[in-house]
Design a protein around this ligand. Structure first.
Ligand code: IPD
Ligand code: CA
Length: 252
């Protein structure tokens, strides 16, 4: 199954790059005032749905753009393009995220960044890889020496209620470097690959983070909510190399 998933996500990446090369001709719509969807998102998701369900007809499928017809114990969870805004502007930091969930547990995940030519893959209890090489989280022990990343999905709504701005300023003061890359799926891959030491964001969806969550866990990292309760909570995700987790949680 892993070889099939890698082959399929690489093919989806070719389709995405074809749209990327002719994005000036691509239809772009607003799902909400600050949330875009493009023809490429829909086309890549359709491609993945067709190929994944053709090979595994008994599995379910939940895609960001087409939703979920019926929930099944085993289902694919797909974000066809995570970082659509970046994609639409010709930037390289966006990815295709595919996770396999069985009885509520993420058991396999792949995130492919075609413009960067990086394929991240993880399988439960079997490790995490980047371009077929094993990866692991960083060994930075202190937040003051850490690079962290985050996002601001919370500002997509009416802008009221709790948001990430004050939390960001607290963590920024306590850490060494801060980044906002524009793709939560790839943010998590960078934690798994030891390029970034911690990531957090609120108001995400399962399809943004399901594959990246498994990558961090299989690379020796830790994922919790903002109170430090371990597990995957897309509405309040905090991921790290596990060494800086207690300090990071303190500022959430
Ligand atoms: C977005 C990216 C971004 C995050 C947004 C997500 P999308 O995914 O992951 O980094 O801050 O909240 O919605 O919408 O481009 O698939
Ligand atoms: Ca998306």
């Amino acid at each position: 199954m892993d070889a099939f998933l890698k082959e399929t996500i690489l093919e989806a990446g070719e389709l995405a790059m074809d749209w990327f090369s002719r994005r000036d001709k691509m239809k772009v719509e607003y799902k909400s005032p600050k949330d875009l969807v493009t023809e490429a998102d829909r086309n890549v998701e359709q491609f993945l749905k067709m190929h994944l369900l053709d090979e595994y007809p008994d599995f379910g499928f939940w895609g960001e753009e087409s939703g979920e017809k019926e929930q099944k114990a085993t289902r694919w969870i797909v974000d066809p393009i995570d970082g659509t805004h970046s994609f639409s502007r010709g930037q390289y930091f966006w990815g295709i995220s595919v996770a396999l969930e069985q009885d509520g547990e993420i058991v396999m995940g792949a995130v492919y960044a075609p413009a960067l030519n990086d394929l991240y893959f993880a399988e439960k209890d079997r490790g995490a890889w980047k371009n077929e090489e094993p990866i692991e989280v960083s060994d930075i022990r202190n937040l003051s020496e850490s690079m962290v990343s985050t996002g601001f999905a919370c500002l997509r709504g009416k802008g009221g209620g709790s948001n990430n701005l004050n939390r960001f300023s607290r963590v920024a003061r306590a850490s060494m470097g801060q980044r906002r890359f524009g793709s939560a799926a790839l943010d998590l891959c960078l934690v798994a690959d030891g390029q970034v030491d911690g990531f957090w964001e609120q108001n995400l969806n399962l399809y943004d983070v399901a594959a990246g969550y498994l990558l961090v866990m299989e690379a020796g990292g830790r994922v919790s909510n903002f109170d430090g309760i371990d597990g995957l909570n897309p509405k309040q995700i905090c991921a790290s190399n596990s060494l800086i987790h207690p300090e990071l949680i303190h500022f959430m």
